[in-house]
Design a protein around this ligand. Structure first.
Ligand SMILES: Cc1ncc(C[n+]2csc(CCOP(=O)(O)OP(=O)(O)O)c2C)c(N)n1
Ligand code: SF4
Ligand SMILES: [Mg+2]
Length: 289
């Protein structure tokens, strides 16, 4: 059975200040455990910043600092350059940022990092909204999702962040999920060894913003995979591989009905999302190899 590190002797202490059932905590612990202590972490404002601490208190037992929402990748690039100048090629520089910090506000900075080829592992935990400031819609919020800035449901599609990263021809990029931690751990280790920028896009459930009971985080995230709302795939050496192929996708409503954020969606809206989901899945399968 897969064991998540919960001991105080791990690199993230007990009692982090996230909501009960937060998927981000699972993702963060798994990433840090897979990388080990020879890592420097850069975290922008957002729910993950709660781990990096307030004043002189932190939950993380490795070096790191909190940057601005706009410049996670640029901050990480500065740390990498400093380490390289000292001849230190062994320390991993980890940027760990939310979807708002990545898909919207810090996208320019991320694009520069990937285009320059900086050797940084960038992990975007995607909880599909600006959660820490009150569940505002982000570019990564899915079509139809109710947020405080899209109370009637988001009228546009989710931004395809992973495809944007792949368009930079970086050595390694992958979609991961909080519902499959062994797969996440494997991909973190591969990304760590990449010869340039690596980008991991992690579907990260948020009971507070998605409006479901805290005990159901893994179930909800797993259903995203079963319905094709989230696809586990990798881009490595220029090739795409779908890691988990679903013989027959379940109807998208099996995922939507588990969460309060989609409760106002009409049948017509669901059909639009169903079509988009099925087409995207087929396109990904066709792009393999
Ligand atoms: C330029 C700028 N705009 C707005 C904020 C306020 N702010 C702090 S955290 C945050 C939410 C970030 O959302 P995301 O990156 O998705 O992380 P999450 O809160 O979902 O973990 C915002 C908008 C800020 N710090 N800087
Ligand atoms: S708002 Fe969501 S992402 Fe933020 S700590 Fe709570 S459950 Fe986690
Ligand atoms: Mg977010």
């Amino acid at each position: 059975m897969y064991k998540i590190e919960t001991e105080a002797k791990g690199l993230v202490s007990h009692g982090v200040n996230a909501c009960a059932g937060c998927g981000l905590e699972l993702v963060f612990r798994t990433v840090i455990r897979a990388l080990g202590e020879d890592t420097i972490v850069i975290i922008p404002p957002g729910c993950a910043a709660l781990f990096s601490g307030i004043d002189n208190v932190t939950n993380i037992k490795i070096a790191g600092y909190q940057c601005n929402l706009e410049n996670t990748a640029a901050s990480a690039a500065g740390v990498r350059a400093g380490l390289d100048a000292q001849g230190n090629t062994h320390t991993t520089v980890l940027a760990f940022a939310g979807d708002g910090a990545t898909a919207d506000i810090g996208l320019q900075s991320l694009s520069g990092m990937m285009e320059r080829g900086d050797r940084i592992l960038y992990v975007c935990y995607d909880n599909e909204a600006y959660m820490n400031t009150g569940i505002q819609g982000s570019g990564a919020s899915p079509y139809g999702a109710g947020t405080t800035t899209t109370p009637a449901g988001k009228p546009t599609y989710k931004k395809d962040l992973l495809k944007i990263a792949i368009a930079h021809h970086i050595p390694y990029a992958a979609a991961c999920s909080a519902a499959n931690l062994p797969d996440l751990e494997k991909k973190v280790k591969k990304a760590k060894d990449a010869k340039g920028p690596a980008f991991l896009h992690v579907h990260t459930p948020c009971p507070t913003g998605w409006a479901y009971p805290p005990g159901k985080s893994v179930e909800v995230c797993r259903m995203a995979i079963e319905t094709g709302a989230w696809v586990l795939y990798e881009y490595e050496n220029g090739r795409i591989t779908v890691n988990r192929k679903i013989k027959e996708l379940r109807p998208i409503n099996d995922y939507l009905c588990l969460q309060g954020r989609f409760k106002h969606m009409t049948k017509a809206d669901m059909e639009i999302l169903q079509n988009e989901t099925s087409c995207r899945y087929s396109e990904l399968l066709a792009s393999e190899g």
